[in-house]
Design a protein around this ligand. Structure first.
Ligand code: DC
Length: 235
C-alpha cells in the first residue's frame, strides 16, 4: 500500500502534536515532533551557555547536537533524547518555551534540523508537525494541514497541559508567550510560518479532539486512495 507524508503546520498550542500523534497511531505511521527538535536544540544551547550571536559557537554546538526519539516501554509514549539523555519533560518547560523562537530563527540551526527531518521522513509513512513542514521540509508532502485556533483557547489548553505536569502558570503569561511566538514564527526571515497554498486549513477552536483527528485521517485515506473498509484490513 502506498505510504504518504502528512505535514501538519500551525500556530503554537493549537494541538498539532497530540493530533499528529493520534493520526500516526491510527494509520500505523511514524510520528515526528519537529518542535521537540527545536526545543532540544534550545536546551543544548542553554546547557552550553551559547551566545546566539556568536556564529562560531553556534556552529560548534550544532556539530555535537544529537537528537533522537525513543518509545518509552512503560507508557508507549515517544520521548525526546538529547545526546543520549531523556529531555522530554525539560524541553516542555516555560524556560525553553520562552527562548525557543530565538533559537529557531537561526539559519544554521534550521538547516541542520531540516536535514535531519528530511532524513527521518525519507521512507514516507510519517506524520510530522511543525511550522515549515509543508513549505520547506516536505514541500512535496501528499497531505498538508494548516491548523489554527483562537489564542485564548490555545492558552487554556496549554495551561491545562502544564498543570497536568504540576507546572502552575498564569493564563496571562501563557497568552503572552503564545502571542509572542506566533509573531516571531510568522515574521521571521528564515522559513516563516505560512500556510502552504495547497494545505487544508483546520480551525480547531470548537472541534473535539476526536473530530479533528478523524478529519485528517479521512483526508489521508483519500490521498492514499483507499476507503475505510480497505484500510482496516490491509495496513
Ligand atoms: O511545536 P512547538 O511549540 O513545540 O515548537 C516550539 C518552537 O519551535 C516554536 O515556537 C517554533 C519552533 N519550530 C520551528 O521553528 N519550526 C518547526 N518546524 C517546529 C517548531
Amino acid at each position: 500500500m502506498q505510504r504518504i507524508v502528512i505535514a501538519i503546520d500551525g500556530y503554537s498550542g493549537c494541538g498539532k502534536s497530540s493530533t499528529a500523534k493520534a493520526v500516526a497511531k491510527m494509520l500505523d505511521y511514524t510520528y515526528i515532533d519537529s518542535g521537540a527538535m527545536y526545543r532540544a536544540a534550545t536546551l543544548h544551547f542553554q546547557n552550553n551557555h551559547v551566545m546566539l550571536s556568536n556564529q562560531k559557537e553556534v556552529d560548534k554546538n550544532l556539530e555535537n547536537l544529537q537528537i533522537t526519539f525513543h518509545v518509552n516501554p512503560d507508557n508507549g509514549n515517544q520521548e525526546t533524547f538529547l545526546n543520549g539523555i531523556n529531555v522530554e519533560d525539560e524541553i516542555r518547560s516555560m524556560k525553553i518555551s520562552q527562548y525557543v523562537s530565538e533559537v529557531s530563527k537561526i539559519k544554521e540551526v534550521r538547516a541542520a534540523l531540516v536535514a535531519q527531518q528530511q532524513h527521518l521522513g525519507r521512507k514516507k509513512g510519517v506524520v510530522m508537525d511543525g511550522r515549515d513542514i509543508s513549505t520547506v521540509v516536505f514541500p512535496e508532502a501528499e497531505l498538508k494541514i494548516f491548523m489554527s485556533a483562537d489564542l485564548k483557547i490555545r492558552a487554556e489548553r496549554r495551561q491545562k497541559e502544564l498543570l497536568e505536569k504540576g507546572d502552575v502558570v498564569a493564563l496571562d503569561k501563557i497568552v503572552e508567550n503564545l502571542a509572542e511566538r506566533d509573531e516571531t514564527d510568522s515574521t521571521r526571515k528564515e522559513s516563516p510560518l505560512i500556510k502552504a497554498e495547497d494545505a487544508v486549513e483546520l480551525n480547531t477552536s470548537y472541534l473535539g479532539f476526536e473530530e479533528q483527528v478523524n478529519q485528517i485521517v479521512e483526508l489521508a485515506k483519500k490521498r492514499i486512495g483507499i476507503d475505510d473498509n480497505e484500510y482496516g484490513s490491509n495496513h
